[in-house]
Design a protein around this ligand. Sequence first.
Ligand code: ATP
Ligand code: MG
Ligand code: MG
Ligand code: MG
Length: 479
Amino acid sequence: MKSQEVRKQFLEFFKSKNHSIVASAPMVLKDDPTLMFTNAGMVPFKEYFLGNATPKNNRLADTQKCLRVSGKHNDLEEVGKDTYHHTMFEMLGNWSFGDYFKEEAIAWAWEFLTEVVKVDKDSIYVSIFEGDESEGLKRDQEAYNIWTKHIDESRIINGNKKDNFWEMGAQGPCGPCSEIHVDIRSAEEKAAVDGKSLVNMDHPLVIEIWNLVFMQYNRLANGSLTKLPNQHVDTGMGFERLCMVLQGVQSNYDTDVFTPLMREVETITSSKCGETEETDIAVRVIADHVRAVSFSIADGQLPSNTGAGYVIRRILRRAIRYGFTFLDTKEPFIYKLVSTLVNQMGDAFPELEAQKNLITNVIREEEASFLRTLDKGLILLDNVIANTKGDTVSGDKAFELYDTYGFPIDLTALILSEKNLKLDEAGFDAALKEQKDRSRAATKVETDDWNILQEDAEEEFVGYDTLEASVKITRYRKT
Ligand code: ATP
Ligand code: MG
Ligand code: MG
Ligand code: MG
């Protein structure tokens, strides 16, 4: 089933259950002090859960553009290394605002998966919340009992607070949840383990696809839980992961959501996936990150030196760096992927089509200037190497390159290792820690995303924007 069809089937199914279909809200948030980006489908509906606003229909369904690169949900370091965490992804969701609760949420999830898109029942596991004494939260026996009507008890697993109590961020609506996992290992892989389909939710190919959250609480700024005025259902299903399951592949990047981008990266960079692990990771990182950056720009958030714009700039630079280091790309090329992306997703998200030229131009400019920085950094590093006695480059020098000139430390390490030189990592870490302590001591603001900003501010100052970045730092240190 093609991805376009998967999206359509989901929305039509919930329409048949009297849900109104709504468009995705923006991915970049402009006026929420607790959150920089929409990190889950529930974010646009927060006020409905809290009882501060009332929806037109108390049943909604949608696909929401999400970005998980900061705050409580930050998957950035996984992206590209595994094959199922993205920076930007679509979350399919159905919502009940004080209307139906666990019984229907579970029955419909089961019906959609096993009868509409026909996932093999014998590959499904579900989890329920085991409770948490420290907060006086009980085991979700109700969800367990409902599940036993659909699935064998041996396939219902207990989950702890980390996995089965869903929270948006440090504050906000939350509640126990029940997750649906699908075992996508091949018959041979299963047989190689133990001859039968082993219950092993931690296996990377026993993939979590859908989370049914039973919203009942609000986490306050002081950390305590209060009951919400009503009980709600918030479900979130990873669209790309569902496509992976339905298309019979073992990587999101092998679904038709990603293959056009993957092939285009290979063509432009004359590289081939499957040859080395580094190439595979780099191609995946680039295919992933171009989506995050393009959707952000389409939402009106350009790369910049502060706030959300700085996070976006860092994502793009991460992609540039992977290309530069592992695919040998010394000229801008990521901007060329925008057409492919627009062809692929412009129908479902018209804002992409509308902003195509802006997205292309902004990415090309960003690439050109960061590549200049990398070039400059290479010359400086050569100098450092020429002046190094012995086989170890000092941590202070590496830190200076990183801090003052924005030259990424992992790139320094890589270049040194290629020249059979060592990096004084302990020295670098000490210099970094000293700087972090200085800026942390000056930081009093405590929301998640703002803290990330502090780390961002320390992480990467680059060439042409060095001046602005240091202005920014000064300002933060004064707060
Ligand atoms: P995981 O444990 O795999 O990190 P999660 O428990 O953090 O996922 P939820 O917050 O429950 O995810 O989000 C609901 C669904 O969204 C998940 O079941 C998954 O299918 C999907 N999802 C979550 N994070 C990502 C991501 N970074 N990229 C793609 N899909 C994701
Ligand atoms: Mg996660
Ligand atoms: Mg999980
Ligand atoms: Mg989950």
